[in-house]
Design a protein around this ligand. Sequence first.
Ligand SMILES: Cc1ncc(COP(=O)(O)O)c(C=O)c1O
Length: 462
Amino acid sequence: MPVLPGQGPRRRELYVAIRRLIETGLARPGAKLPTTRDLAKRLGLSRAAAVAAFEMLVADGFAEARTGAGTFVAAQVPAVSERPARMPGPASVSPALPCELGVATIDDKTMRVFRNLLSRNLAQPGQEHFRYGDPRGGSKLRAAIAAYLRAARGVRCHAEQIVITTGTMHGLDLVVRTILKPGDAAWIEDPCYPLAKATLEAAGARLIGVRVDGEGIDAVNGEALGAGGRLVYVTPSHQFPLGVTMSMRRRLALIDWAARNDAWIVEDDYDSEFRFSGPPLTALQGMDGADRVAYLGTFSKVLFPGIRIGYAVLPEALLDKVLRLRMLSDRQPPTLVQGAVADFLNDGHFAAHLRRARRRVQAARDGFVTTLRHHCAGELDFAVPEHGLHLVAALATSAGDRALVRRLLAEGVGARALSPMYLDAQARQGLVLGFSGFEADVLASAARRIGDVLRASTPARS
Ligand SMILES: Cc1ncc(COP(=O)(O)O)c(C=O)c1O
C-alpha cells in the first residue's frame, strides 16, 4: 500500500524530524534507528503513527527495513536540495495597456450573472462532471450554440457536428493538423492574424499569402500564384487586421475554388457579434453547399478570453478525424464552465449582454475616433470601423511602424505594428489599435500620447 505523507500530523511530524536528522548528517548512513515500539513510548505516540512514519522514510529512500534486524538509515540518502525546486513564476499579468488588442468588455452585471450560473452548476452537479464524456463537449452547450449560430449567423449546422474547443486557436490547430500533411500548401490572408500563421506553420504548411484588398482575398489571385492549396484560412466577416468585409462575389469564388480543388475553407468568425451598422452578415459557411467549410467561433471576444470556450462547426468528412486528435490532446472540454455558458445562452442572458456590450464598444469607438482625429490630425489615416474591436491606421510619417510601437510602449500605449502581419515584403506601415475594454478617458489620453509620439517621429516638414 502506498504511504502518503501527510496522512496525520503526528506521523508526519515524526517523519519530518527523522528525515531532518538524516539529511543534516546527525543520523549517519547505515545507523540503526530505534524501534517503533521504543519511539512510540518515548514520544507518547501511538505505535501505528511511528510505523507509518518509518514506512514513509523507507518509501522515500531515507531508510531501509531489514527483516528481523530493524530499520536503518539508508546507505545512500537521496540528495534533496534544501531549497524548493524553482518553478517558473506566473507570467506577469499586468493591467492591459490602452489600445491593446484582445481586452474584454464586460460589465458587473454580466460578471454577476456568470458567477451565479457557475455556482448553480457547482451546487447542482449533473452526472457529466463525474465521468468522461463526449469529446465534442456536452450536448446542452452544443445544442445552444447550434441554435444561436443558425439564427444569428446563418450557419447551417446541427449540434452533432459542433465540437466545443478551448478557443479558436485550439479549433484551428485541430482542423489544420487533420487536413494538412507537412509540406502541403495552405493559403492565408496577407496580412493575417499572426497566431493563425504560426499555427499553420507548426502543422508544416507551406504558406501562400494571398493579398487582401477592399473585398477580401481573391481566389483568382490565389490560383494565379500556381502553388495549389489544400486549405485556406480566412476571416470573412471582419478581416484581421485590415477590417475588410469579404464581398459576396469573393465568397462565392472561394467556395467554388474549394469545391473544384477538393480544398477546405477554415472560416474564423472571431468578432462577428460586434457589428455596429448594416444588416447582420451571413457566415460564409452558410453559403457553401458542398460541406467544405470548417467554421470557428469563440467566446473570447464576446465574453472574455480567460473563459477558454470556443467551437468548431465541422464538415462531416472531418469530424471523426478531428475528434480522434482531440481525444489525444485534452480529451474533452471542462464540464463546469460548459454548463454555465449553456445556461447563459439558454436563459436569455447572452442576448442581453450582447446588447449592452455592443453599446459600450460602439461608444468607446466613437470617443476614441474623435480624440484620435483631434490629436493625430495629419499623422494618421483611418476609416471608422463599422465592425469589431480595433481600428487600423496608416501612417503619414516615414517612421517605421515597429519603431513607433516601441516608442508608444515606452509611453504606456499598447499599439501593434501592422507591417509584421504581412507575409509580403510590400507591407503597409500602420498601427493596429484596440478600443474595447478601456474607459473613454484612458483612450483619450492614449490618443494624445499617440499624437505626441507621431509628431516627435515626423521629420520636420518644410
Ligand atoms: C483573428 C482572431 N481569431 C481568433 C481570436 C481569438 O482566439 P481564441 O478564441 O483562441 O481566444 C483572435 C483574438 O485576438 C483573433 O484576433
